[in-house]
Design a protein. Structure first.
Length: 432
């Protein structure tokens, strides 16, 4: 029935008038009274009505006047006035369903009634009464039909407007709620986390200058902690800026990766930075990663950043890194392999692991770090297990993140500061 509703749409007026004209031609050819052949006058008036309906389909009032005049002529000249009666009645329907004032509709209905009753001038009373009753068919029904169609249009339009208004209100309330949540998180990060990290960085900086006679290894640890803390503060400021004004950093794919749909772009940005560092990166990314939940999506991004940093720092620019991220049955399979030298490097924790680095942070020392600890913690908190170590051609690190993680498993536990290096896009050492 949808096509029937469209047939009475204002934009399809020409279509329905064309169908009406074809029906009129069929009537003249097949359904004239008593099988008589239509006269020349009847054809002339009918063709005039057909042509007026098509030529004046954008001007219903002018069409109504022409159809009424042709009906008056038919009443005076013809015995069979069916074609002109239908044409005039339909012109009244077009005026009624159009966006016209009630006065215009009333004048059109009055004109058609006067023309119809002109046939009863000087006729007996019973014929006049029959003509008045006939107005119910020739004027009343077209008027009623047009008003019903017009009312249905108005109701449909109002329903669409209400739905659009409710949708806009819902979106506005959702945006406001998200903004409040982001502001609350930003306040906590700024007032609590950033304050403590700044305090630790300051204390380490003071210790570096006060304790002048230190073992070089201790000094290296101080440098590492100070650099990592400084970078963490910078990332915290960036994250607070994102939370307070997401539109202000929309061009940075890594920062907007909080949204799952931005994950492919964020991983691509990490790959581009690794390539700019001089290493060759081959990526095999499953398009389904764009639909991952935010928690696992962020984990994939951080793991990728850390692993590619490790390749750049320890495998050398001659190495080739191969990144694979696939989603199978809801499980995220992630792996990075490289063609480095494949031996156990200094600073890698016992028990296996990839050569770790500071996470794409310029200026950090290149000594042994603890990034693998953070990678392992991030994977374990999501119910997975990180496998890292030498392979036949270099190094390999891989994991599988389960499809479902219980909410209780995501409760954060305080970690020991300084035991890991933060990736470039990480705001601070991640709690697990």
């Amino acid at each position: 029935m949808r096509w029937l509703g469209r047939l009475f749409n204002t934009r399809d007026r020409l279509v329905r008038l064309t169908l009406l004209d074809l029906a009129g031609v069929g009537y003249l050819v097949f359904c004239t009274q008593a099988g008589r052949t239509p006269t020349v006058t009847q054809w002339i008036l009918a063709v005039g009505a057909f042509a007026a309906a098509l030529l004046l389909h954008r001007r219903p009032v002018a069409n109504m006047v022409v159809q009424a005049a042709l009906l008056a002529a038919a009443i005076a000249l013809l015995d069979d006035i069916m074609i002109n009666q239908v044409g005039a009645s339909w012109a009244l329907i077009e005026i009624t369903i159009g966006a016209y004032r009630a006065r215009t509709i009333g004048l059109a209905a009055g004109l058609l009634a006067v023309v119809d009753l002109s046939n009863t001038i000087g006729a007996p009373a019973d014929r006049v009464a029959a003509g008045v009753v006939g107005l119910a068919l020739e004027v009343g029904i077209p008027l009623l039909l047009g008003l019903v169609i017009r009312a249905n249009w108005n109701l449909a339009r109002q329903a669409q407007e209400r739905a659009a208004a409710e949708r806009r209100q819902h979106e506005s309330e959702s945006r406001a709620a998200r903004a409040d949540e982001r502001s609350a998180i930003a306040r906590e990060l700024h007032d609590v986390v950033a304050h403590h990290v700044a305090s630790m960085v300051l204390r380490v900086g003071v210790a570096r200058h006060v304790l002048t006679d230190l073992d070089p290894r201790v000094g290296e640890v101080f440098d590492d902690v100070h650099g990592t803390g400084t970078a963490a503060l910078a990332e915290l400021r960036r994250l607070v800026a994102v939370l307070r004004d997401p539109d202000g950093v929309r061009g940075d794919a890594a920062l907007t990766a909080i949204e799952p749909s931005a994950l492919p772009a964020a991983i691509g940005a990490a790959i581009d930075r690794a390539r700019q560092a001089g290493i060759t990166v081959e990526a095999d990314l499953d398009p389904a990663i764009g639909s991952l939940d935010a928690v696992r999506g962020m984990a994939v991004l951080r793991l990728t950043q850390e692993a590619l940093t490790n390749v750049a720092k320890h495998a050398g620019t001659s190495a080739v890194a191969h990144l694979v991220v696939a989603v199978r049955d809801g499980v995220v399979h992630w792996e990075v392999t490289d063609t480095g030298r494949g031996g156990v490097l200094a600073g890698v924790p016992t028990g296996g692991g990839v050569p770790t680095g500071g996470g794409l942070l310029a200026g950090l020392p290149t000594g042994g770090g603890h990034g693998v600890t953070g990678m392992r913690e991030r994977v374990e908190v999501l119910g997975g297990r990180l496998e890292a170590g030498p392979s036949a051609t270099g190094w390999r690190v891989r994991t599988a993140l389960p499809a479902v993680v219980a909410a209780s498993d995501l409760a954060p536990v305080r970690s020991v500061p300084g035991e890991r290096e933060a990736p470039s896009e990480s705001p601070a050492p991640e709690p697990v």
